[in-house]
Design a protein around this ligand. Structure first.
Ligand SMILES: [Zn+2]
Length: 74
């Protein structure tokens, strides 16, 4: 079975997955691969990248980040 799990930032692009960022408060944001790879160093692990983000709703840095498949709809 192929491993499609995204572990470092550049894999969002190489594995063609969007970045889903979930805060402890429940806020969820999905960012396209093109944008996420410009936000962080390419080999940064996702847990490290998530810690750099501050939630715009609650102001905490308790987010988690994971790769999600998104269909592109015209
Ligand atoms: Zn929050």
């Amino acid at each position: 079975m192929a491993d499609h799990r995204v572990r470092v930032v550049y894999e969002f692009q190489s594995k063609r997955q969007h970045a889903e960022i979930r805060c402890a408060c429940g806020r969820t944001v999905v960012i396209s691969p093109k944008v996420i790879v410009e936000m962080f160093p390419p080999v940064l692990p996702l847990d490290q990248a998530a810690k750099r983000l501050r939630c715009t709703r609650c102001g905490k840095r308790q987010a988690t980040m994971a790769g999600v498949h998104r269909e592109h709809r015209g």
